[in-house]
Design a binder for this molecule. Structure first.
Ligand code: MN
Length: 497
């Protein structure tokens, strides 16, 4: 369900008719070449298509209309090979509703010292043409990513690749449907928020569904379908003895399979790509969905526990951004601290619902009692997550705006085995250190729920915030608390103006 090749980034080049037709021909040929290189790059997962050389106000408006209406176009990559007087762009930029990346590149990498003449100078003018374009975008408050560098250099290509993944996630988010089974966990604040504001800002809709509708789908699952799914559980996981075919609790595994199929059917029929549930409202379901949620997340669905629809939508989007990259993305919760003086760590986990896309090795499938919810013991996948770079991201509703908060981390190997802990977990070292990271996170009002990512860097989330037009706050190796507090204060002013 996560296919990025279906999407197109449209490459456009700005120019003007001042230089004559011969120059424009060359501009076009160069543009085609650059777009082809970007399209073929393994770092860019979408198609990059050269679409237009734009040299008049009318052409620009016409083109923007076309881009806005195209279902395949996830955004524009704009290049100013020559000078393109930017008043020509005003009416087009006024109506553009797709993300934009300004690629500030030049066709020639090097100055041809012994041959350079005024013809060369007039063709390779992006150094000043890009500034004219930058001015009008800044003057009009157009959010965009600016990438600088030669088009054959891997670094800018990687930056463009990141942006295309984010633009694809943004496209996926427009019209995304988030299903909520049950409301919010009672009295919890941070998982609440304004769903109308979210739909206006992010483009996704969040609606509630009675448990009865889901229970009906779960009940209707055939024994044959359950047999087949249970068989694949046997193949994919280390099954606990009691859950195996002749085990005492094999029926609980069958119930888990029934829930998975029923839930999947409900989501597929309703065209949902993200969902929430809550242990306080499970009427008609025998156990809290654990294994089912874990497996649906692994297939690309977004999920948030306790009714957390903001995290559910974020998890889905981050899965789209990370499609095909090594490492996974999962719903996560900061659970418990290790305050050992020289090695302070966070143990991240949830009651059940951690995505096996972040697992190290083959997960073990187990059944254990759950202290809350008053339902039958839920089946779940238990695993550790490997060491390596990662991050946690959280969207919170600040009342007048949404804030995206990111903390980079290094996942580390657990210091010892955790034989009595019946849930999937990750141990991490937060940047710059736990004391600063947790204080900053708390001052920024970040939630306990996050999306934990192994595959994405902070640059993805920054691009996402830019496209969505929301506040972005990063806690990383450079974070100093005093400066961070001021950043929050200044942002407060910005968003109140
Ligand atoms: Mn939770």
């Amino acid at each position: 369900m996560l296919k990025l090749k279906q999407y197109e980034a449209w490459f456009i080049t700005g120019s003007q008719h001042l230089y004559g037709e011969e120059t424009l021909k060359q501009v076009k040929a160069h543009s085609k070449k650059i777009a082809a290189v970007l399209s073929q790059s393994r770092q860019i997962p979408v198609k990059v298509k050269f679409k237009a050389l734009l040299a008049t106000p009318d052409e620009i408006v016409q083109f923007m209309r076309q881009a806005n209406n195209s279902d395949k176009c996830i955004g524009l990559i704009a290049w100013m090979h020559t000078f393109s007087p930017a008043k020509m762009w005003i009416n087009g930029l006024k109506i553009l509703n797709k993300p934009m990346l300004h690629f500030h590149t030049q066709f020639n990498r090097d100055i041809p010292w012994s041959e350079i003449d005024m013809d060369f100078m007039n063709l390779n003018q992006s150094a000043h043409g890009g500034r004219e374009f930058g001015f009008i975008n800044s003057r009009m408050g157009v959010n965009r990513k600016v990438v600088v560098g030669h088009w054959q250099d891997e670094e800018p290509i990687a930056q463009i690749g990141i942006w295309t993944r984010v633009a694809a996630a943004w496209k996926d988010m427009q019209g995304m449907k988030v299903a909520r089974f049950g409301d919010n966990m009672r009295e919890v604040a941070v998982t609440e928020g304004n769903k109308v504001s979210a739909q206006i800002q992010f483009g996704y809709s969040v609606n509630g569904y009675g448990l009865g509708g889901l229970a009906k789908k779960v009940k209707a699952v055939s024994d044959k379908a359950i047999d087949q799914l249970v068989q694949s559980y046997h193949e994919e996981y280390e099954l606990a003895k009691s859950l195996r075919k002749d085990g005492k609790k094999h029926n609980a595994l069958r119930e888990a399979a029934r829930i998975e199929i029923g839930l999947r059917t409900f989501l597929e029929e309703g065209d949902f790509t993200a969902f929430t549930d809550t242990f306080e409202n499970l009427h008609g379901l025998p156990q809290l969905p654990g294994l089912a949620v874990q497996r649906l997340m692994a297939d690309g669905y977004g999920f948030g526990a306790e009714g957390d629809w903001k995290t559910a939508a974020l998890v889905r989007s981050m899965k789209v951004m990370g499609a095909g990259l090594p490492g996974g993305n999962s719903f996560m919760e900061d659970y418990t601290y290790h305050f050992y003086p020289t090695r302070m760590r966070v143990l991240g986990a949830h009651m059940l619902e951690i995505c096996p896309s972040i697992a190290a090795g083959k997960p073990s499938c187990e059944i254990h009692p759950l202290g809350i919810g008053g339902k039958a013991d839920p089946v779940r996948l238990v695993f550790d997550s490997p060491a390596g770079p990662g991050l946690n991201a959280s969207v919170v509703d600040m009342g007048n705006r949404f804030r995206l908060l990111v903390n980079t981390v290094d996942a580390v190997e657990p210091e010892e085995r955790l034989p009595r802990l019946p849930v999937a977990r990750v141990l991490w070292d937060a940047h710059p250190n736990l004391k600063t990271a947790a204080a900053a996170w708390i001052l920024a009002g970040g939630a306990h729920h996050t999306c934990y990512s192994q595959s994405l860097t902070a640059e993805y989330l920054e691009d996402f915030a830019e496209i969505a037009g929301i506040e972005y706050v990063l806690i990383d190796k450079d974070t100093k608390l005093r400066q961070f507090k001021n950043e929050l204060r200044w942002n407060e002013m910005y968003y109140r103006s």
